[in-house]
Structure formats: structure tokens, C-alpha cells
Design a protein. Sequence first.
Length: 280
Amino acid sequence: MVTAKATLMVEALNLMGYNAMGIGDDDLTLGKEFLISLSKKANFPFLCSNLVDGETGKPVFQSHIIKEVNGLRVGIFGLISPDTFSGPQDPRLKGLTIQNPVETAQRIIKELKPNTDLIILLSHLSYPKDSEMAQAAPGIQIIVGSHTGVSLTYPPIVKDTVILHTPPRAMFSGRFALAFLSNDAGFYNVSTKRSFENNLTNMKLRLNTKETSPAEKEQYQRLIGDIERSLKQLQGKNEFSNFIIPLNELFKEQPEISKLIEDFNKTFVSESDKSSSPKH
């Protein structure tokens, strides 16, 4: 059942048009050899820059890729943390070694930077470690994080790096829309800009009402000045918006994926229900 579920996931990701997948600790549950064979069924590369073969010292999966999207050169690499395992004797690590994530990131960024406009990290480090990575390895514009299971509808920006996370267990998909100007321009959330603009409109309305006292007008003028300065600081930066969408809603528009899930449930879930004791 577990191997069938893993295959179903890859088939679904193929249909969804994924460009790359970062490796996590649970992906290694059935061992290195199984995951290598599973990767051959994917229409996209499995990426992990710091997971190496214990004997040869060579990466088990592709270290990174560069994709051109509408003229934009996007470098993508993956990292996994040793802290997501119970220790070196964890059976999932049999035949594998995990290299230092920060040192690996710094090396990959140095290699990617001359040939890319945008660098994305597919991280299986955890949210706290993602924040540390953004500070320790400048040059990553976007970290697509996992493992922790936090939901970041409003992604934080740490030293010009946007950190993205969705809730756990693949129940949600993230859609990150980016208006990209330059790799050194920094980022801002379009919702932040809209909030400033709405507050500016309200402040100006209050400033011009007859009931507003001179002291209040002076206060509103200071606030208006602060907001206008904040809006000016956003000019020339890369603008983004972020959405977290329930996958079950998206699958309604994907009959092929719904059929895969339906067939899996008929084969395995129904058998499990028959053999299990009554549920209270």
C-alpha cells in the first residue's frame, strides 16, 4: 500500500506539471534504492544538494537545475536537515550521508549566481532553520520550506529572502505570484502596499473633515507623511502575492488525479475497512 501511495503521488505531481521536488525525511521511509527507482517515474527531477552516497560521496539526486521561464533564469536547489532524523542510526539514512546544509547552500549559491536571475531553495530544514539559512546564506531570493507544517499566508521576508510554507500532509497548495524586476531589488507583499494605501486614504479623509481639531490634523499629517515614505520605499522592489489553496478543491478540476485517488481507495482503503474493527 505504501509503495502504491508513493507511486500515486508521483503520478499526480506529473499531472500537476511540477518542475522539481525537494527530498524530505519521510521520502526515505522505504530506503534509498526505492526512492531512486521512484524518481525515474517522475517527469521532473528530485533535488537534494547535501544528500550523498555514504560510499562514493556523490549526490544521490540532482544537486540543482536552472530553468528559463519567460526569459528569466531560475536556479533551484534542495536541502535536507540531519535534525529531521532520529540520529545517524536512523534506518532511513542507511547508505547515506547528509552534508552541512549552510556550507552546501553557500557553495551552490556561488555556483548558481553568475548564471541565474533568481535562486529558489526547496528546503526540508524546518521553519526556524529556514530563517537562519536566509541570514547565513545570502543570495537565496525564495525559500520554499517544509517539515514544520506551519501555514504562512503572509510570508516573512528575512534579509531580502521570502520564506514560504504551507500546512502539512499535502492538504494545501501554495501559489506565489511574483512581479520580478531585479535579483537585488528586495521584495514586498502586495497586501502590505494595499494596507498602506487604504490607511493613507482614510487619514486624508479624516484630515479634511470639519470635526477634526487642529491638534488632530497635525497628528494626521504626521501619519500621512510616514505612510507616504513607506510607500516610496516599496518603489523599485519586487512585488509578490501569496495564496494557500485547498488541494481537494483543485482536484475537482483534475479528473485524472481524482481517478488515481479513487482507484487507490478502492484497492486499499476498502480492504482496510473490511479488516478493521468497528469504529466508534
